[in-house]
Each structure stands twice: as C-alpha cells, then as structure tokens.
Write a protein that binds this ligand. Structure first.
Ligand SMILES: [Cu+2]
Length: 205
C-alpha cells in the first residue's frame, strides 16, 4: 500500500515537472543567429542579446574552463555576469592563467600544478582573453554577458540558437575572435523562431 502511494506520488511529481518544462517552451521563443562570413567558420563565436530586462542570477553550477594537453577547453565560453568560473588543471604539466590588458578584467591565477582547480568570479561585462605564460600557444576567451540569452556558434554553420527567450523586442549582437560585432533588431514571439543574419561583418585588425 505504502509503496503504491509512493509510486503514485512520484508519477504526479514527474507529470508536474513535464508540465513546467512544456510551459517554458510555449511561453518563450527562440533566436537563431548566423554570422555570414567565411572567417566565422574558423572558430566558435557567441551570439547574444545585448541587454534584457531583469536581474539574472549566475548559475550555481560553475561554468568550466578546462586545461588539457596544452589547450584551454572550450576555446570560447560565454557566461552571465557574476558567474564564478572554475579553471581546473587537468593536464600533466603546470599552467598559468592570466588575462592581458584590454580584457574587461585583468587577473592572474598564477602558475599551478596538475590536479589543482582555481576559480574566479567575473563581474564586468565584456571580453576576457585568457593566456598561459608557460605556453605561448594557449589562448581562449570568456565572454561575460548581461543576461543568460547567449549561444556558441557552430563552426560548420557559423550559427547559434538562443533558447527560452521571453517574448519581446531585442538587440542581438555577436562576438567573434576574428570579426567585429554587428547588431540587429529582433522581435521574439512565443513558440516561434526568429532568424537573424549578420551580413559581411568586417575583420578585426
Ligand atoms: Cu599552459
């Protein structure tokens, strides 16, 4: 009897969860943004809403910028402002992580051993370039956004899909290592996908 009640309760619970998830997708829209440039296919970019109303809490689970085989993984990591990023050293050698001048925030985590994780909280919106002063070939970017409505672009399609966007009018923009960002206006409607194309952006010097 008890087990049956428990099972019934679990069923009701999971049905509720399902309903909430469906509601979220029915009440929100999607933005599919594409960067029209051959350079956009030479690396990931980030498409994002410049500014959205509301206050956005950083995720409890820290975004991760990993270090493996002398490479930062991922190469491009968008986060919402206030996020704490973990920088584990999952390599067999020591690494140093720092951000050079012109980054939205400058910092230096120092040189640290394999198996150690350092972390940092990002409170300034903008581009953070990451370098390692032990290995000149290592580089990556953290893009700190005002809101969680961002997506990394696919290298093959140079396109990114921003999901669960509340209906409204927005300015969408992009960041790319090789290209200057452009802005486009978009209207998001519930249950629909709005498409944005950034045509022929100029190269960064
Ligand atoms: Cu290194």
């Amino acid at each position: 009897m008890c087990v049956r009640l428990l099972l019934a309760g679990l069923l009701v619970l999971s049905a509720c969860h399902l309903a909430v998830a469906q509601e979220a997708s029915e009440n929100t829209g999607t933005i599919q943004a594409t960067i029209k440039s051959p350079y956009a296919r030479r690396g990931e970019g980030v498409v994002f809403i410049k500014e959205a109303k509301g206050e956005f809490k950083p995720p409890e689970e820290h975004p991760v910028m990993d270090q493996q085989k002398l490479v930062f993984i991922p190469h491009v990591l968008p986060v919402v402002v206030g996020s704490t990023v973990d920088f584990p050293n999952n390599d067999v050698v020591r690494h140093n992580v720092f951000s050079p001048k012109k980054s939205a925030e400058q910092f230096n985590l120092g040189t640290y051993a394999a198996g150690v994780t350092k972390r940092r909280t990002f409170n300034e919106i903008g581009e953070i370039k990451l370098l390692c002063n032990v290995h000149a070939e290592m580089s990556a970017f953290i893009i700190v956004c005002q809101n969680p409505y961002f997506a990394v672009t696919d290298k093959k399609t140079a396109s990114g899909t921003i999901e669960n966007v509340p209906p409204g009018d927005y300015e969408v923009t992009f960041w790319h290592e090789r290209l200057r960002g452009k802005t486009a206006k978009v209207t998001v409607k519930a249950g629909e996908t709005a498409k944005v194309t950034f045509s022929r952006p100029s190269r960064k010097r």
